[in-house]
Design a protein around this ligand. Structure first.
Ligand code: PMV
Length: 321
């Protein structure tokens, strides 16, 4: 019985978080060292249409149709049936595994959706191109998060850096190429902090002092433009100082935390080329730009300084290794 396998990587915000909410650009990159993997196999002995889902990491082992109606896997099935104009799927087994930390700003949900959409389409003998995979995964994200930006599904589908800007008429999203690969070290503070709280606090500060905060957002926006140019022109080592500057701006927005500042400082003193918080802040992850040969030692230094987990990831565009 042939098995149909598909994967999708994680993602992390490299520059521009928070300011992106106010219309400035942001850049997110794939995290290829972690991924979601889905394997689909026909189950000819099962009743017609039954999809048995196994996802041991989240305790799932049962019939997909028995999941709650808002479950993302049910949305994946409904969207595929609608898109391909089918009444039902042939009975099959869906095995889901993922090394992407959950609820950590690493795009785990979008990666699982994309991998499921791809594996199930292959099982159906249909070709799902990247544009469609991303669009359908965006629909799943919408069901889960209401108004997602669209950045997660785009980065994990194309496995390429994404330049992103919110616009009143809808998001502007561009993938772009990495001219020379670079290495990031991701460190998890272990402090869980809902993005919505930091976003809400910042909104109140912005309402109280719009000029001050607009200036901070503008400064972030110009860093993002410079960062993109450096990535596209093959000068990634020059991103380090920009990450440091972005972190200072995020501190000024009061979305950092003592734990994040501590790991950022520890990364720099262990030899990172630059470091900043990544994502919602107040907890969660920080990232550092590191020389590949120093990444292992820096990861140990970061864990020694209190990071709960570290991930070393090499950012390379499609085809650039
Ligand atoms: O932690 P993440 O990857 O969910 O990123 C949050 C990014 C913010 O800019 C803080 C919020 C947003 O909606 O863009």
């Amino acid at each position: 019985m042939p098995a149909f396998t598909a994967t999708a990587p994680g993602k992390i915000i490299l520059f521009g978080e928070h300011a992106v909410v106010y219309g400035r650009p942001a850049i997110a990159v794939p995290v290829n060292q972690v991924s979601a993997r889905v394997v689909v196999q026909a189950d000819p002995l099962a009743p017609p249409g039954r999809i048995w889902v196994r996802a041991p990491a989240v305790g799932l082992d049962g019939d997909l149709d028995a999941l709650p109606s808002g479950h993302p896997l049910r949305a994946v099935k409904t969207l595929l049936l609608e898109h391909w104009g089918l009444d039902d799927l042939p009975a099959c087994r869906l095995q889901i595994s993922s090394t992407i930390p959950v609820a950590a700003g690493l795009g785990s949900g979008a990666a699982v959706s994309v991998a499921c959409l791809r594996a199930l389409s292959a099982f159906l003998g249909r070709r799902l191109d990247d544009e469609l995979a991303s669009a359908l995964a965006y629909e799943v994200e919408k069901l889960l998060h209401g108004t997602p930006s669209g950045i997660d599904n785009t980065v994990v589908t194309y496995a390429a850096p994404v330049y992103f800007m919110r616009r009143p008429e809808g998001p502007h999203i561009e993938t772009f190429q990495v001219e020379r690969p670079f290495t990031l070290l991701i460190g998890d503070t272990g402090v869980s902090s809902p993005t919505s709280v930091a976003v809400g606090d910042l909104r109140r500060s912005w309402q109280a002092e719009p000029e001050r905060y607009n200036a901070l957002f503008d400064a972030v926006g110009s860093l993002v433009e410079r960062a993109r140019a450096l990535i596209e022109s093959g000068q990634p080592e020059a991103l380090g100082p920009l990450m440091d500057e972005n972190h200072v701006l995020l501190q000024a927005m009061d979305v950092s935390s003592p734990e994040l500042d501590h790991l950022v400082a520890a990364a720099r003193s262990a030899g990172a080329l630059g470091a900043k918080l990544s994502g919602g802040g107040r907890g969660g992850n920080m990232i550092a730009l590191v020389r590949p040969e120093a990444a292992g030692a820096l990861a140990s230094a970061l864990r020694h300084a209190g990071a709960e987990h570290t991930i070393i990831t090499r950012v390379a565009g499609k085809g650039s290794g």
